[in-house]
Ligand binder design. Structure first.
Ligand code: SAH
Length: 241
C-alpha cells in the first residue's frame, strides 16, 4: 500500500478523517507510524495529498488531510477482455488499475467457462476490492469502471462499434499477424482473449467491428502477461511526462 485511500464516509469534517479498518492495521503494523507523522493519502476519485496523524491508537487513527495534487493522468486504452479464470481476473483487475486503465469491458467468449459468470470476480464488491489494491499500489485515486457483457455477439455487433469510435482498435491474437504497434499516440481500444484464446469466428466479428489483428510474436503469453506487455508496449505515457 503506497497510499492510504480515503472514502467519503471516513471524513468526520472537510479536512479530517478517522480510520479504523485494515488501513489502521497497515498504519500501525506496516508503516509503524506515530502521532505527528505525515502519510501519503488520496481521496477516492479525487485529489492526492498528505495526512498528518493527529491521534493514533489501536482503535483508530485520525488524520488532518490536505488534498491538492491531481492524480496521474489516465492511460488512454480501453480494455476489452474475455472472462478468464477467477485467479487470473483478480490479478488483471489489480494490474489494470496499476497501469492507469479506466474502462474495462469483461466479455463472454466461446472458451470462457460458463461457471466463471457465477464466480465472485463478476461481483461489484470483489471487483472494487482488487481495483482498490491496484490504486493503492500505483498511487492513483481514480477507480476504473468495469462493465460486464455476458453475451458476445450483441455486444460486439451493437455496442462495440460506438465504444471504439475515435479510437484505434486492436485485437491481440497469437499468429502470423502484423506486430503490435509501439507507443501509439492516439486513444486505443484493445481486445484480449481468454486463456484458450478467441476462436476464429470471434476474431472475425471483432475485425468486422473495426479491429486490426496484431501479434506479439511466436510466444503465447498468459492472459495477465499479455495485458501488461500490450499495455506497456502501446502506451509509454509515463515517459512523456
Ligand atoms: N491458447 C490460445 C492462446 C491464449 S493466450 C491460442 O493458442 O491461441 C490469451 C490471450 O492473450 C490471447 O487470446 C491473446 O489476446 C493474448 N496473447 C497471448 N500471446 C499472444 C501473442 N503472442 N500475440 C498476441 N496476443 C497474444
Amino acid at each position: 500500500m503506497n497510499i492510504i485511500l480515503l472514502h467519503e464516509d471516513d471524513f468526520i469534517s472537510p479536512t479530517c478523517v478517522r480510520l479504523s479498518d485494515h488501513r489502521l492495521t497497515h498504519i500501525l503494523k506496516v508503516i509503524r507510524a506515530k502521532e505527528g507523522d505525515t502519510l501519503k493519502v488520496g481521496r477516492l476519485n479525487g485529489k492526492l495529498g498528505s495526512g498528518l496523524i493527529e491521534q493514533l491508537d489501536s482503535d483508530s487513527c485520525q488524520l488532518a488531510v490536505t488534498l491538492e495534487q491531481a492524480p496521474p493522468p489516465a492511460t488512454p486504452i480501453t480494455l476489452v477482455l474475455a472472462l478468464s479464470r477467477p485467479k487470473m481476473m483478480r490479478r488483471i483487475y489489480r494490474m489494470a488499475a496499476e497501469f492507469g486503465l479506466k474502462e474495462l469491458y469483461v466479455i463472454n467468449s466461446y472458451k470462457t467457462e460458463k461457471s466463471f459468470w457465477q464466480s465472485p470476480v463478476v461481483e461489484a464488491d470483489t471487483v472494487h476490492r482488487y481495483l482498490l489494491e491496484g490504486l493503492e499500489q500505483c498511487v492513483d485515486t481514480v477507480l476504473p469502471t468495469v462493465h460486464f457483457k455476458p453475451r458476445f455477439k450483441p455486444f460486439v455487433e451493437d455496442e462495440l462499434p460506438a465504444i471504439a469510435t475515435g479510437k484505434r482498435a486492436l485485437v491481440a491474437h497469437p499468429g502470423d499477424h502484423a506486430p503490435c504497434p509501439i507507443a501509439v499516440k492516439e486513444p486505443m481500444i484493445l481486445a484480449i482473449g481468454p486463456e484458450g484464446g478467441f476462436i476464429p469466428y470471434e476474431v472475425d466479428k471483432l475485425v468486422e467491428a473495426g479491429f486490426e489483428t496484431v501479434s506479439l510474436g511466436p510466444r503465447i503469453l498468459r492472459v495477465e502477461n499479455a495485458v501488461s506487455t500490450l499495455t506497456a508496449r502501446l502506451y509509454d505515457g509515463a515517459c512523456d511526462r
